[in-house]
Design a protein around this ligand. Structure first.
Ligand code: ADP
Ligand code: MG
Length: 322
């Protein structure tokens, strides 16, 4: 089977942890221990978040006296793909000796006229007081907004249309490689009037990019792995109940916070609606159990799932010797 797996930002850096290299390498080892058993039996693509990492790089770049202007967001995104890609690549190679593993830099095509550019909403980088925020906005052409009682820069979060390197990823997969890609949702790019790709200052949601990629790769399943075992109804209240199985329509009747569970639910619903295949949300450590049908919130067209035998139900049985 072909499985596309999104790793949450907290898989690499848990809430409250310092973003030190050794901390993240230890987390990557934990992530790879959970994913290597799947990689041993399936074609897998791993995507990942980069929120905390890009925040650190933005801060460094903004305070580097050698630079005339800090590196733009697309460039910082590519840097995090290199760094996180390297950690995952090496850990995966060590876990699967002999297997080819590729970590690729990649771009996500967005539309220049996406309404998200007109109303930027995603907080990025450092916090400022109001006067400094306005000064920087003037100097660098930023949009700034209050975030509680501090001010921060905001950028747009346009809809991912296509992972530019989709064909390359497919080629690598069919040649047997494990592919790590679309870090941070991919570096957002537009196609300009000359038809050339050009980076834009934006952040693409990694869960939505993952569903666009999984669709394009005709994946059999998509997993969105994070730090909760299930999507819950009435989350955070005493009445909270885990959702084990759902149809996309049933999940869409619930409401989820835009900054966390919302995009994950949107991503899995979209994948299932478009492909008729299975998608799930759950805990990183449960990756294998989710595919086995014993963990996570599993979403399918009919809202049922009994394990891997239910995937590709239309596929003819393998013909072997009688
Ligand atoms: P990631 O870094 O993996 O993308 P997020 O923090 O963006 O993780 O999203 C996962 C978080 O969503 C969980 O840790 C949980 O606190 C939160 N959450 C919000 N609503 C729900 C819900 N209804 N069910 C489960 N978790 C929820
Ligand atoms: Mg998130």
């Amino acid at each position: 089977m072909r499985i596309v797996i999104a790793l949450g930002g907290n898989a690499l850096l848990q809430r409250g942890q310092r973003p030190d290299c050794d901390v993240q390498e230890a987390n990557v080892a934990r992530a790879v221990a959970a994913l290597a058993p799947l990689a041993a039996h399936h074609e897998i693509v791993i995507t990942h978040g980069n929120g905390p990492q890009v925040g650190v790089l933005a801060l460094q770049s903004a305070s580097d006296p050698h630079l005339t202007t800090p590196y733009p967001f697309d460039v910082l995104g590519a840097q995090t793909q290199g760094m996180i890609g390297y950690w995952l690549l090496q850990a995966m190679q060590n876990a699967l000796p002999g297997r080819q593993v590729a970590a690729i830099i990649n771009q996500t095509l967005v539309e220049a006229n996406d309404p998200a550019f007109q109303s930027p909403s995603k907080f990025v980088g450092e916090v400022y007081d109001e006067a400094e925020a306005h000064r920087l906005a003037e100097l660098r052409g930023w949009t700034v907004r209050p975030d509680g009682d501090v001010w921060r820069r905001v950028v747009g979060s346009p809809k991912p249309r296509r992972v530019v390197e989709t064909r390359l990823i497919r080629l690598l997969l069919t040649s047997g490689a494990v592919v790590i890609c679309a870090g941070g949702g991919g570096v957002p790019v537009i196609r300009n009037e000359q038809g050339h790709l050009e980076g834009v200052e934006a952040v693409v949601d990694k869960d939505l990019t993952t569903s666009v990629l999984a669709e394009a790769l005709e994946a059999d399943a998509m997993l969105v792995l994070t730090d909760v075992a299930n999507v819950a109804r009435h989350y955070g209240s005493p009445q909270a109940t885990p959702i084990l199985r759902a149809t996309p329509a049933a999940l869409r009747r619930e409401s989820f916070p835009a900054g966390s569970m919302g995009p994950k639910v949107e991503a899995v619903c979209r994948f299932v609606e478009v492909t008729g295949d299975m998608a799930a949300i759950g805990r990183l450590e449960d990756a294998v159990a989710i595919i086995e049908g014993t963990a996570g919130t599993v979403v399918t067209p009919a809202g049922d799932y009994g394990g891997p035998d239910d995937l590709r139900p239309g596929r003819p049985a393998p013909s072997g010797p009688a």
